[in-house]
Ligand binder design. Structure first.
Ligand code: ADP
Length: 490
């Protein structure tokens, strides 16, 4: 998730299918069914070294990394009309430790601390080996992106992290659009084939080896053969039936996911013998605007915003992990919160202007007028903000125990967005090892099948830290491309 694409400011996941057409055209990727040379697909043209299913951050990183290690017959399949998947909507940044940008900015960090806080954030249910691999390779992934022209040097904090390690584009915008635009550009520069509107339906398994993929394009079925298939299909948030199969309690929740997040990768991989782990670990995100399903970036809380209930009172340390903040919100009257912030927070998070244009932000010239607009008792809201400000102004302990990102509100214009939890991320998925091989129940690699990104499971355990999904998809996306290239060259 180059510079910002001209995406309509009010683009939401619900307008994604039509809205993202603009991105594909601007991204300039080859269109459905055509090879880069424009040749018509023939049987021979459908023989590949690597077929990658899914064009999100993980799939595109895999394609670029494999190409750069010498593999040329690569195709990326995308069932939607446009590339980028949910990665387009990544709202925070990419967590990484010991990076050159942290060092330049005097931020002291270590891979061990990053791993420890990731595991603690997931209540020690994450996979230690995968987490350690992710953290140890995070700085290298930041450098790799920088080499592709995707510079993430504006660093902030997300809930559950004690150090500034969430890397964002220079202008402080949400990472998703910049990342996708940069990866699309890199894919295009390498003339890697991308087939949009190409729906992968089933893996071809011969003996116990995955040898291809059955696809449907424009209602026509065909089979692509592959020496290796990389599953990078993302999550399942847009598939209510699958969500409720694993988590009946999440029936009716809105989702932040784009409509291609239908969980196909889990079904296809399982049918080929892969083990799915922790599938009930579906993360709900605490700050989702419910009418638009727009996720409100976590950097806004990290920059100083607070959450208040309809009585104008705070109810939690806003920097706690997503599971805890979501649970606390649901206990409030009406099961929602107002995310309240000042002009400084508005100006330092580029995403806010987009939310504002989309009509999601309530405003007041001062705190009292904001309180009236959102129908919260002005005296209660004033008392709440004064108590919060005292942490900065007089060094008082925060009443909610917040120690991170406690920044006093400046007088002047005030803003609020109404938020509640929404389905956000499937933390379970295909079991993998650090070579991104898809594993069976007895930990045996399924020959020919690899997986990367949200479709994989067990890395984050039962709570994923904000900023860690992008780290996961880039580190493991790059890794799987390099691993497969090395395997094919033997
Ligand atoms: P990640 O963050 O893991 O890269 P994303 O959600 O960003 O995941 O991207 C996954 C992509 O895979 C999405 O663009 C989605 O539309 C695509 N996808 C999902 N299922 C299929 C399928 N059956 N065939 C082709 N593409 C698929």
């Amino acid at each position: 998730m180059g510079e910002e694409l001209k995406v309509p400011a009010n683009l939401t996941r619900r307008t994604f299918v039509t809205g993202m057409g603009a991105i594909t055209v601007m991204g300039g990727l080859s269109l459905a069914g055509c090879s880069p040379s424009g040749k018509k697909a023939s049987d021979k043209a459908d023989e590949y070294d690597i077929v990658i299913i899914g064009s999100g951050g993980a799939g595109m990183s895999a394609a670029i990394a494999a190409f750069d290690k010498g593999v040329s017959k690569i195709v990326v399949l995308e069932k939607m009309p446009s590339t980028g998947g949910n990665t387009n909507f990544s709202s925070s940044g990419m967590n990484a430790s010991e990076t050159k940008f942290q060092k330049e900015q005097g931020i002291d960090d270590s891979n061990a601390l990053f791993a420890e806080e990731t595991l603690t954030g997931g209540h020690d249910t994450g996979d230690v080996e995968l987490v350690t691999f992710m953290c140890d390779n995070s700085a290298g992934a930041i450098d790799w992106l920088d080499g592709l022209g995707i510079t993430l040097n504006n660093i902030t904090m997300t809930g559950g992290m004690s150090v500034k390690r969430c890397h964002r584009p220079t202008d402080g915008s949400a990472v998703g659009k910049t990342l996708v635009a940069g990866l699309v550009e890199a894919v295009k520069d390498r003339k890697i084939e991308v087939r949009t509107n190409c729906d992968a339906k089933e893996l071809v398994v011969e003996g116990s080896t995955v040898t291809g993929v059955k696809v449907e394009e424009k209602s026509k079925q065909s089979t692509l053969s592959a020496k290796a298939v990389i599953m990078a299909t993302g999550g399942l948030g847009a598939n209510q039936d699958m969500v409720t199969k694993y988590r009946p309690d999440l029936k009716g929740y809105v989702t932040t996911n784009q409509s291609g997040a239908t969980g196909d990768g889990y079904t296809m991989a399982e049918a080929a013998g892969a083990e799915l782990v922790q599938m009930d670990q579906i993360q709900i995100h605490p700050t989702v605007e419910q009418e638009s399903s727009q996720l409100i970036a976590e950097g806004i809380r990290g920059g100083g915003a607070i959450l208040v209930n309809k009585e104008g009172k705070r109810f939690i340390d806003e920097m706690k992990t997503r599971d805890k903040v979501s649970a606390a919100e649901l206990e409030q009257p009406g099961g929602f919160a107002w995310e309240v912030f000042d002009q400084t927070v508005y100006d330092s998070n580029k995403a806010v202007a987009g939310y504002d244009k989309a009509g999601l932000v309530k405003k007041g010239d001062d705190l009292a007028s904001l309180a009236n607009t959102i129908e919260v008792d002005p005296a209660a809201l004033k008392a709440t903000v004064e108590a919060y400000n005292a942490v900065t102004t007089s060094g008082a302990a925060d009443e909610m125990g917040r120690t991170q990102g406690c920044i006093a509100f400046a007088d002047g214009a005030m803003y609020a967005i109404k938020v509640a939890p929404g389905i956000h991320h499937e933390m379970g998925g295909i079991k993998i090892n650090t070579k991104n091989e898809a594993l069976s129940a007895d930990d045996k690699p399924i020959a020919g099948l690899y997986a990367a990104g949200e479709v994989t499971g067990g890395i984050h355990g039962n709570n994923r830290i904000g900023g860690n999904a992008v780290c996961d998809i880039i580190v493991f996306g790059k890794n799987v491309g390099e691993v497969v290239a090395a395997t094919l060259s033997k």
